[in-house]
Design a protein around this ligand. Structure first.
Ligand code: ADP
Length: 450
């Protein structure tokens, strides 16, 4: 059993992990950059270590400093949160070489799923349905054009190493292919150091439905239903809910079992998310994330489980605390991502919080590292909080969201909060009638960028 865990992250997710540690009686170690000396995760952890200057590359991505912090404090395991080093196979290898435990999947699984071509190939072999597309990488423009003709436009060109919406370009027609192909390649090279790309049929009205999976690394795996994350801006999720408003219990059981069986087959350990596009009753795999997702709380809310606690348990070699039969959905949950951004352009807006008041009451969870007087540094992601609500059904969750949005106060900076109040006035949101393009179209019509 672990006595002490180091959290290689910051912000709300570091707090999230510290909370799980505390409930389990495990000591927590925060690491921080010089810009984060006054951050809430540093205040809340049992110990903290400064690991470098503000730039992420020199602090939260600095493997040597993080390993040294483990050695200095005697932490036996590292929880990576999401982002930063959470999907870095080399980091996992280095942790293990130092006799420490990585709370997450194996380096091998991270490697397989981190390369989208290999991930798709693996999923096809495991019987998971995928978006029709090229078999493996597409070496040159001529092949890309040939495939475009064969598959029929529109198509999407994706960097195999892509992520965070980068390295993806749509070609509506054959005329767009050259520029889309070249741009996807260049973005892959510039952002991820890998210019290999592949091609997929571009689905025109899908929803983004992802399945939460969990494995014990010993051939047992379960699914915890789906999350609908179709409301996206620039391929980035802003509003997530579970269960998906359009998914039937039969569909959930079918795709959930396919995913859980696939994970059992590969002896997957820890939390993972298998992402699909869903159109006309069919699921098409797009990618797998081998970590805890930002939106994991909606799943925790409807199943009443603590996913971080489970991650720690299986990393200790313990069994999961539930079986598939124990997992029953209770009600409906919605999360909205609160970013330090100024609308309508969504420009990052760091600065000092003059007043902060978190909403509360039945069915309201606020995961945030904000406090009165906190200065949000300009160096990191603009996510500053997640408001998660739970109700007995979707209408109750929506009413609770509207109520909580009315209570929350974040003064001193601009945030994305006004977006959510505006969305709750839309019939399509109230009825759950939206797909991955809905928000972009709505923003164009209602929040013309200045
Ligand atoms: P990333 O790793 O950058 O997040 P994903 O492969 O997960 O990229 O895709 C992110 C989003 O891009 C999806 O949720 C969806 O909105 C859109 N997308 C990806 N592939 C397709 C496709 N084949 N057809 C239509 N939209 C797609």
């Amino acid at each position: 059993m672990f006595d002490k865990i180091l959290i290689a992250n910051r912000g709300e997710i570091a707090l999230r992990v510290i909370r799980a540690c505390r409930e389990m009686g495990i000591q927590s170690v925060a690491v921080h950059s010089t810009a984060d000396a006054d951050a809430m995760h540093v205040r809340m952890a049992d110990e903290s270590v400064c690991i470098g200057p503000p730039a992420g590359t020199q602090s939260y991505l600095n493997m040597a400093s993080i390993i040294a912090a483990c050695e200095v404090t005697g932490a036996q395991a590292i929880h990576p949160g999401y982002g930063f080093l959470s999907e870095n196979a080399n980091f996992v290898q280095i942790i293990e070489d130092h006799g420490l435990t990585f709370i997450g999947p194996t380096a091998e699984h991270i490697r397989i799923m981190g390369d989208k071509i290999t991930a798709k190939d693996t999923m096809i072999k495991l019987g998971v349905p995928c978006v029709p597309g090229s078999e493996g990488g597409v070496p040159d423009l001529a092949t890309a054009k040939k495939l475009g003709e064969e598959m029929g436009y529109p198509v999407i060109i994706k960097a195999t190493a892509g992520g965070g919406g980068k390295g993806m370009k749509v070609a509506e027609t054959a005329e767009d292919m050259e520029i889309a192909f070249m741009t996807a390649r260049a973005e892959g090279k510039a952002n991820f150091g890998n210019d290999e790309v592949y091609i997929e049929k571009y689905l025109t009205t899908p929803r983004h439905i992802e399945i939460q999976v969990f494995g014990d690394g010993k051939g047992n795996a379960v699914h915890l239903g789906e999350r609908d994350c179709s409301l996206q801006r620039r391929h980035q999720k802003v509003f997530e809910e579970a269960p998906g408003p359009c998914i039937t219990p039969e569909e959930r059981a079918r795709i959930g079992k396919i995913c859980a069986d696939a994970m059992a087959d590969i002896n997957y350990i820890g939390a993972g998310t298998i992402e699909f596009l869903y159109e006309n009753g069919e699921f098409y795999f797009i990618e797998m994330n081998t970590r805890l997702q930002v939106e994991h709380p909606v799943t925790e809310s409807i199943f009443g489980v603590d996913l971080v606690r489970e991650q720690i348990r299986v990393a200790e070699g313990l069994p999961m605390s539930f079986t598939q039969d124990d997992l029953e959905i209770n009600g409906h949950s919605i999360e909205v991502r609160i970013n330090a951004e100024k609308l309508p352009n969504f420009t990052p807006c760091p600065g000092k919080i003059s007043q902060y008041h978190a909403p509360g009451g039945l069915g309201v969870r606020m995961d945030s590292a904000l406090y009165d007087g906190y200065s949000i540094p300009p160096y990191y992601d603009s996510l500053i909080g997640k408001l998660i609500v739970h109700g007995r059904d979707r209408p109750e969750a929506l009413a609770r969201l509207a109520r909580a949005l009315g209570e929350i106060i974040i003064d001193g900076i601009d945030t994305s909060l006004p977006l959510f109040s505006a969305l709750l006035a839309e019939d399509d949101i109230l009825t759950g009638n939206y797909n991955i393009h809905w928000l972009e179209k709505w923003l164009e019509a209602n929040m013309a960028e200045g």
